[in-house]
Design a protein around this ligand. Structure first.
Ligand SMILES: NC(=O)c1ccc[n+]([C@@H]2O[C@H](COP(=O)([O-])OP(=O)(O)OC[C@H]3O[C@@H](n4cnc5c(N)ncnc54)[C@H](O)[C@@H]3O)[C@@H](O)[C@H]2O)c1
Ligand SMILES: N[C@H](CO)Cc1c[nH]c[nH+]1
Ligand SMILES: [Zn+2]
Length: 425
């Protein structure tokens, strides 16, 4: 990790830039895969699955027998853990259900807004470097609560042409039964245009690598909604001299191990802490199975020494991290000063991994600075809010003059007539 001591504000931008693939070549590759799937459907899916996942898949949809066999393979211990996580995620997301409130804006005029589940949704579950079955819970549970009617799931097959049994078990736990073995850009293209095997959907959800994220952005241009750009994982930690260097190092490594294009940053007011965290990272790194990946991400990452908390918060709000950990004495009061972040972890005992798996909040979050304008996935992501209104005879009389005066001024007489014809009837 590069160390910057007291950088000036103009230097922040380059320090906080995310590692990104060369967009010109990435866009071209992604566009070509999208076009091929649109034109050649399942044949193109087979070709790309062989090229990128190294396996020929004849049937993309998982059968009932495959589901039963996979469920048997998941250990009782993992099933219990996933059930506990699912219960917390369900509890948190069910609390987001809002009953419609009817507002009488004027006597005889009633207006309300109702949430209706998006009919057809597609969930993308990353599987290139790790089978993220926790993401199935994060997307499947709110989709079910929202009442989405058709929920499909796509995830890349392994070298034997299978999905990890826990991905299938998680789908079963949430009630999703249409599961497809296809990943990457080709999966996003299939859910966008539809193929003989895979139905098109109205909205695509889920995180993924930079190829998947770019594909979702192209899908959006083709008229399919997406949740948000949820790309390579990242974490920013703010730590003062009350922080435990081992905790901070572990938090940084937890997101660094996702991929070499992940980024982790430590912002601190304590010069002493820097050396201790660096030492702890070297000690912990060696024992990690994914140490090469984590080391790759650390090479894109920084430690920044600032003068005071206010400067730290300015920097962190500018960075707009996917995850922000406040590992400091005044964590609660600093949390109130967060303007831009996907999800915030308050105090020394709130590791980011708790949110990744089981505390209840959603782990599908905006990356690459998109937390300035986007929220993470929630129940709202799976519903549309439809407005309703009902005017009585008296209600229409009460508002008639207002509407007709405005309509005539806009030069739209037919609008005015739609009111007058009723009033004069
Ligand atoms: N932001 C979030 O909420 C969030 C949550 C979980 C995971 N993530 C991120 O999701 C990502 C998962 O990435 P992953 O790679 O492990 O799995 P993935 O499923 O996103 O991508 C794997 C697929 O990428 C495609 N691919 C790989 N190389 C390619 C190439 N050169 N050209 C075209 N396509 C190619 C292949 O089809 C492969 O199946 C990680 O970066 C992780 O940090 C983000
Ligand atoms: N940290 C990821 C979101 O950026 C989510 C995840 C899934 N499994 C482990 N972590
Ligand atoms: Zn994670």
């Amino acid at each position: 990790m590069k160390v910057f001591k007291y950088p000036t504000e103009p230097e922040w931008e380059s320090i906080l830039r995310r590692p990104v693939l060369d967009h010109s070549s990435l866009r071209g590759t992604v566009q070509e895969i999208m076009d091929q799937v649109k034109q050649r459907g399942d044949d193109a899916l087979r070709d790309y699955t062989l090229r990128f996942d190294g396996i020929t898949v004849d049937h993309f949809e998982i059968t009932g027998d495959e589901i039963n066999a996979a469920v048997q393979k998941v250990s009782a211990e993992l099933k219990t853990a996933m059930q506990q996580a699912a219960a917390n995620i369900r509890r948190f997301h069910e609390a987001q259900v809002q009953q419609p409130e009817v507002i009488e804006t004027m006597p005889g005029i009633r207006c309300w807004r109702s949430a209706v589940g998006i009919e057809k949704v597609g969930l993308y579950i990353p599987g290139g470097s790790a089978p993220l079955f926790s993401t199935v819970l994060m997307l499947g549970i709110p989709a079910m609560i929202a009442g989405c009617r058709e929920i499909i799931l796509c995830s890349p097959p392994d070298k034997q042409g299978n999905l990890h049994p826990a991905v299938i078990y998680a789908a079963q736990l949430t009630g999703i039964n249409r599961i497809f073995k296809v990943g990457g850009v080709q999966a996003i293209a299939a859910m966008t245009y539809g193929t003989a095997s895979i139905p098109a959907v109205f909205k695509i959800f889920g995180p993924g690598n930079q190829f998947v994220t770019a594909a979702k952005q192209l899908a959006q241009q083709s008229g399919v909604a997406i949740d948000m750009p949820a790309g390579p994982s990242e974490v920013a930690v703010f730590a003062d001299d009350t922080a435990n260097p081992d905790f901070v190092a572990a938090d940084l490594l937890s997101q660094a191990e996702h991929g070499i294009d992940s980024q982790v940053i430590l912002v601190t007011t304590s010069e002493q802490l820097i050396g201790r965290v660096q030492e702890s990272i070297s000690n912990q790194l060696n024992s990690l199975p994914r140490k090469d990946i984590a080391a790759g991400a650390l090479a894109n990452s920084s430690i920044i020494l600032v003068r005071h908390e206010a400067e730290a918060m300015d920097l962190l709000n500018r960075y707009a991290a996917e995850h922000l950990i406040l590992s400091c004495e005044r964590a609660e009061s600093l949390a109130a000063k967060v303007i831009n972040a996907g999800s915030v972890f308050i105090g020394h005992y709130s590791p980011e991994s708790a949110g990744d798996y089981a505390s209840g909040t959603n782990h599908t979050l905006p990356t690459n600075g998109y937390a300035t304008a986007y929220s993470g996935v929630s129940l709202d992501s799976f519903v549309k809010k439809i407005t309703f209104q009902q005017l009585s005879d008296d209600g229409l009389k009460n508002i008639a003059k207002t509407v007709t005066v405005m309509a005539y001024e806009e030069g739209l007489a037919a609008h005015a007539r739609a009111v007058e014809v009723r009033i004069n009837n």
